[in-house]
Design a protein around this ligand. Structure first.
Ligand code: IMP
Ligand code: MG
Length: 199
């Protein structure tokens, strides 16, 4: 029986057509994640490590990274809402989901999808520092070029990317594209069509 195509869910999925370019391929991501895992394994040998994933964007990166770290570790998550438009952070941050246990005396490695303005991270680091961990470091899969000019401490960086809006491998635009296996730059028409702000 014929069915009317009326919703996004009914339409064929063709995300490649929405991309201006693929910035980082699936193979490049896997290779860099393996390198980061090896480096973290060496740096935290003998320590009690907590991988702290920031929901939702860091999830895909975290599950791949965790499997490349050959240490006994724990995993926990925080969810943070950063007010602003869908493509720009405002710096006003709220904790939506907190950690399940105390981090006192633990070595925390914050796993982030992307550091852009650094405002979200700055807030998170201050909140964590107040809880008495042994140490706090940040592992960001992506860091935007302009962020390097800011004084956000990032111990491990996957890739430095241009100041464009990117999606895939956990990163979303309006909650979509997280499941792409690569990192791509969205064509401006895609967010223009939906009437949202772009950076
Ligand atoms: P910041 O507070 O400006 O550093 O932004 C942090 C958060 O904004 C990230 O954890 C992402 O969720 C989101 N974000 C920033 N830039 C991008 C992007 O290019 N694509 C998708 N999400 C982004
Ligand atoms: Mg997001």
């Amino acid at each position: 029986m014929w069915k009317d195509v009326t919703t996004v869910a009914d339409m064929p999925w063709n995300p490649d057509a929405d991309m201006a370019e693929v910035l980082i391929t699936e193979e490049q991501l896997a290779a860099r994640v393996a390198e980061l895992g090896a480096q973290i394994t060496a740096d935290y040998a003998g320590e009690r490590l907590l991988l702290l994933g920031v929901l939702k964007g860091a999830v895909l990166f975290l599950v791949d990274l965790a499997r490349q770290i050959k240490l006994s570790l724990e995993i926990d998550f925080m969810a943070i809402s950063s007010y602003g438009s869908s493509t720009k952070s405002s710096g006003i941050v709220r904790i939506l989901k907190d950690l399940e246990s105390s981090v006192e005396g633990q070595h925390i490695l914050v796993v982030e999808d992307i550091v852009d303005s650094g405002l979200t991270l700055d807030y998170l680091l201050r909140s964590l520092a107040a809880r008495g961990p042994a140490s706090i470091k940040v592992c960001g899969l992506l860091v935007k070029e302009r962020t390097r000019a800011l004084s956000v401490p990032i111990a491990y960086t996957g890739f430095t990317v241009p100041d464009k809006f990117v999606v895939g491998y956990g990163l979303d635009y309006a909650e979509r594209y997280r499941n792409l296996p690569y990192i791509g730059v969205l064509r401006p028409e895609v967010y223009r069509d939906t009437g949202r702000d772009a950076s």
